[in-house]
Design a protein around this ligand. Structure first.
Ligand code: BES
Ligand code: MN
Ligand code: ZN
Length: 503
């Protein structure tokens, strides 16, 4: 939202200008070029490190202003720790951390991305750049007074104009960066959608923003209320019927793979605002429910990333976009609706709306596209926050293979998932006296009974449901995000697709 930094790669040169970033290993060991670049400063680095009690441990940093002897305005020193312990997943975090020390006012950043010994992999350089890009993100569209007088590591951190990253092999780094940049754009797009206020981002506007992907060659279908009525999507439509904003279903198709290969499908819950409906939520923190479309935002961000990096995969994204409001027209507890699948649902609690939206969206996706794998993301239950906090998303799946792959993709990207159980004993809890099922399963195992509900709409398709209520919205600050909307899941699913579904 704020100015995106322009990131470029250059060969290693002993030159530090503007805001300079250098790396050190344990005991302040630096590479040959970095050593040369710092030579004019004499013992400055050693003395400053001593004064800061900085020993080069992984992720530790300090910054010097107007370092004497150097041209740079500021010198940021980043510790790598022991090189043999340095895992690939650390580079994105290191980039984010370094960025947190870059002042808002900086217009030129030069990074000497040199290991104390050996060559740095191009993928590590690109990850570092992505970390910088993601940490520079700021949602300030609605601030009419910009404060840019703070000088360091702060939440108000903006994006500098130019970041030049010097590496061993710039051509290789540029090549890796091309796809990372596409992924970064996808994450930023997802964050923007989640951060937008609900008066701005209502279903029709959400559908319009998703439709912008047309520009990248993504096929778009937008189903309005009439089209959904025709298909019998009364579970989804019931949720939106109390809102003055009409519901939408958006289908995004990216055909970068072989013709005829069945697609992977990603389905997202897009509740633009969740008041709870007639089973209305308490007022405290209700404003957070603008983020109840984070699953759908991830799908849009992912489709952007896939198209922008021209992924060799056939992928479809489907999002059910509604607003859950109390109104004279709103759905009541006790109502019975017939879903597109033909299964009937007794509404017990109108606040258990996400599963109603997804039930129709999953069934539609399975029927129309016969996907090889189907993954859905939803800020589905508060109970998943109780179970897993904000570190892991809950994963529910009918496929061990898919679960394993997503677990590993989570470890690689840091967007981690933890598998939770499904089973017939839980399924029983959503049987209804009056209809085929009810939309809540009682006090215990709330995330599981919600997942059991979804499972009734996926048939035999290998499927995973990611409950992202704890990870995709109201997120705490991290190395690569200053907070709230994390854009969670874009990197995870991009990595999963890249590893298993690209020819
Ligand atoms: N959108 C909420 C879940 C949620 C809660 C997301 C907190 C993010 C943070 C969902 O629609 C909901 O209201 N779920 C209910 C289900 C209950 C009525 C069975 C819940 O979790 O309380
Ligand atoms: Mn709800
Ligand atoms: Zn909800």
């Amino acid at each position: 939202m704020a100015r995106a930094p322009k990131i470029s790669f250059a060969p290693l040169k002993p030159q530090l200008t503007g805001t300079a970033v250098v790396l050190t290993g344990e005991d302040i060991a630096t590479g040959a070029v970095t050593k040369k670049a710092l030579a004019d400063a004499g013992t400055l680095l050693a003395r400053a490190a001593k004064a800061e009690n900085f020993k080069g441990k992984l992720g530790k940093m300090f910054a010097l202003v107007a370092p004497s002897g150097l041209k740079a305005e500021r010198l940021i020193v980043v510790g790598l720790g022991k090189l043999k312990d340095l895992k690939p997943g650390e580079w994105i975090k290191l980039g984010g951390k370094a960025m947190s020390k870059v002042p808002v006012s900086a217009s030129n950043v030069t990074v000497l991305l040199e290991l104390p010994e050996g060559k740095l992999a191009a993928s590590a350089a690109a990850d570092f750049a992505l970390g910088m890009r993601l940490r520079a993100y700021k949602f300030d569209r609605y601030k009419t007074k910009k404060k840019d007088d703070d000088t360091t590591n702060s939440e108000k951190n903006g994006a500098p104009a130019n970041i030049a990253i010097a590496v061993d092999d710039p051509a290789a780094a540029r090549k890796e960066w091309a796809s990372r940049e596409a992924i970064g754009e996808g994450v930023v797009l997802a964050r923007d959608l989640v951060n937008e206020p609900p008066n701005v981002l209502y279903p029709v506007e959400f559908a319009r923003r998703a439709s912008v992907l047309k520009k990248l060659g993504v096929g778009i279908d937008v189903l309005d209320r009439k089209a959904m009525q025709k298909l019998g999507m009364n579970a989804l439509l019931g949720v939106g019927q109390g809102s003055s904003h009409e519901s939408r279903l958006v289908v995004m198709r990216w055909n970068g793979g072989k013709k005829g290969t069945p697609p992977v499908a990603i389905v997202g819950k897009g509740v633009c605002f969740d008041t709870g409906g007639i089973s209305i939520k308490p007022a405290g923190s209700m404003e957070d429910m603008k983020g109840d479309m984070a699953g759908a935002a991830c799908v849009v961000g992912l489709m952007h990333a896939l198209a922008a990096r021209k992924a060799k995969v056939n992928a479809v994204g489907v999002i059910g976009v509604v607003e859950n409001m109390p109104d004279g027209n709103a759905q009541r507890p006790g109502d019975i609706v017939k879903s597109m699948s033909g299964q009937t649902i007794e509404i017990i609690n109108t606040d258990a709306e996400g599963r109603l939206v997804l039930g129709d969206a999953l069934w539609y996706t399975k029927k129309r596209f016969k996907p090889s794998f189907m993954v859905n993301l939803a800020t589905l239950t508060g109970a998943i926050l109780v179970a897993l906090g904000q570190e892991y998303a809950g994963m529910f799946s009918n496929s061990d293979k898919l679960s394993e792959r997503l677990t590993l993709a989570g470890q690689d990207t840091g967007e981690r998932v933890w598998r939770m159980p499904l089973g017939p004993e839980y399924d029983k809890l959503i049987d209804s006296k009056f209809a085929d099922m009810k939309n809540t399963g009682g006090r215990y195992g709330g995330s599981i009974t919600a997942a059991q509900f979804l499972k009734r709409f996926v048939g035999d398709t290998p499927w995973a449901h990611l409950d992202v209520a704890g990870t995709a919205m109201a997120s705490p600050a991290s190395d690569i995000n200053t907070g709230w909307a994390a854009g969670w899941g874009v990197r995870l699913l991009n990595h999963w697709i890249n590893t298993h579904h690209e020819d």
